[in-house]
Structure formats: structure tokens, C-alpha cells
Design a protein around this ligand. Structure first.
Ligand SMILES: CC(C)(COP(=O)(O)OP(=O)(O)OC[C@H]1O[C@@H](n2cnc3c(N)ncnc32)[C@H](O)[C@@H]1OP(=O)(O)O)[C@@H](O)C(=O)NCCC(=O)NCCS
Length: 205
């Protein structure tokens, strides 16, 4: 029997299709269009060594602006198809990239779950900006996107990432052997999750 505490997303109210723009005290986050390809690639170039220890294999054209123009267009399409929401954080739209914070893929049905992934440019680390950005993305996931569970996993030695997740309220759910191929080898990961404090019932399939 359903409890009255579980909210239900009416089947007539679909997931949002308008590209979101989330504002925090210091940041603005959106799913930018192709105009953000150059600043994104500039940030990835500058932070190659910073991200290398935690990155899964990247495509050969990872640092190619034209490829990113296409990828950013595809990401907007994916969002409209209710598959993912891959945010980029700026101090102001059109400025340099501060961080990325992604939700995806979305699993609907009885799971209503997704994965959270994030990274901040080295020059902006240690200012609380990643936590600020992720908090806005989580509020969006548990609000307009109607998700119930977010999962985020990190390398055992990635204490900075673990601390971000603790600040955001995630709890450790397990430890997975050889979970992801990172920086040239299969690596164990600590598994974390955060459940929507205001549970939603899935809409009818
Ligand atoms: C993991 C990662 C995102 C953490 O970034 P971060 O900047 O440490 O995270 P936060 O935004 O929460 O910042 C916290 C720090 O800001 C400090 N801070 C300064 N001003 C602050 C403010 N106004 N509000 C909150 N915290 C503030 C905190 O005290 C804390 O300091 P500390 O680093 O000395 O502990 C970053 O290290 C990173 O991108 N690493 C590479 C990629 C990666 O590991 N991604 C995750 C894969 S699982």
C-alpha cells in the first residue's frame, strides 16, 4: 500500500525539456551550446594532469574544439530525450569554465536513479565551488527532474572527492573491486548514494 508521504509525478507532467540555467551565490550552471566548446577545451587542456588520475579513457578527439561543438549539441539533445543533464559551471555565461557536474544516464521506471560526476579546474579548487555547484545540480535532480536516487563513486585515495560527497549528504554504500578503467588500469571504487528526502513515486510507464 502506498504511503501518503510519497509524491507522485503526474504522467501528464513530463521531465523538463527547456535547457536549465541554475544560479548559485557564485556560479551559473547550464548545458551550454557549441559556443562553449573553445572554453571547455581550454580548461581541459590546462587541467590535463589534474584530471588524468581520475579520468576514464577519453576519446582521441577529446581536445578538439570542433568535436566538442558537436558533443555539446548532442548533450542538449540527450537532455531533451530525458537521458542526461551534463552541466558546465561558469562565474558568468560566456566566461571560462569553472567546473563540470553531470547527471547521467537517467534510469526511470521503478528506479528513478542517476549517476553524479564532477570535476573542478585546479585553479578553482579549495574554495567550496564544487560543493556549491553540485548542491544546485542535486536540487535540480530531486526537483524538476524527479529523480529518487543519485550515485557517485570515487577512487579510494580520492579524499577530496569523498569530502565533497560527505558535505552533500551522500553515504557510503559499498566498495567495488576493479570497478572502472581509470588512467590505464582497472581500479576499485567506493560507492556512495544520496536518496531524495522527498520521495517521488514513478509515473506510469
Ligand atoms: C574532487 C574535487 C572536485 C574537489 O574539489 P574541492 O575544491 O576540494 O571541493 P569543494 O568545492 O567542496 O571545496 C572544499 C574546500 O574549499 C574550502 N572553502 C573555501 N572557501 C569556502 C566556502 N566559501 N565555502 C565552502 N568551502 C570553502 C573548504 O574549506 C575546503 O577546503 P580544503 O580543500 O582545504 O579541505 C577536485 O579536487 C577535483 O576536481 N579533482 C579532480 C577530478 C575529480 O577527482 N573528480 C571527482 C571524481 S570522483
Amino acid at each position: 500500500m502506498c504511503t501518503s508521504k510519497v509524491r507522485s509525478r503526474s504522467p501528464e507532467v513530463p521531465a523538463p525539456t527547456t535547457i536549465p540555467v541554475l544560479r548559485t551565490d557564485r556560479l551559473v550552471l547550464t548545458l551550454p551550446g557549441p559556443e562553449a566548446a573553445a572554453p571547455l577545451v581550454a580548461s581541459y587542456r590546462e587541467n590535463e594532469a589534474h584530471f588524468a588520475p581520475t579520468n576514464p579513457p577519453t576519446p582521441a578527439n577529446h581536445l578538439d574544439v570542433e568535436a566538442w561543438r558537436t558533443r555539446l549539441r548532442e548533450r542538449r539533445k540527450e537532455f531533451r530525450l530525458d537521458r542526461s543533464a551534463r552541466f558546465v559551471a561558469f562565474f558568468e555565461l560566456g566566461g571560462p569554465v569553472v567546473a563540470t557536474c553531470s547527471l547521467g544516464p537517467f534510469h526511470r521506471g521503478a528506479w528513478l536513479a542517476s549517476y553524479l560526476g564532477y570535476g573542478i579546474a585546479a585553479r578553482y579548487e579549495g574554495q567550496g565551488l564544487m560543493t556549491e555547484a553540485a548542491r544546485a545540480v542535486i536540487a535540480y535532480a530531486f526537483g524538476p527532474l524527479g529523480l529518487h536516487r543519485l550515485m557517485a563513486n570515487h577512487l579510494p585515495e580520492n579524499t577530496r572527492s569523498a569530502t565533497v560527497l560527505r558535505r552533500l549528504g551522500f553515504t557510503v554504500e559499498g566498495y567495488a573491486k576493479d570497478y572502472l578503467y581509470i588512467n590505464g588500469q582497472w581500479r576499485d571504487h567506493v560507492l556512495n548514494a544520496l536518496v531524495n528526502p522527498r520521495p517521488l513515486a514513478p509515473s506510469a510507464p
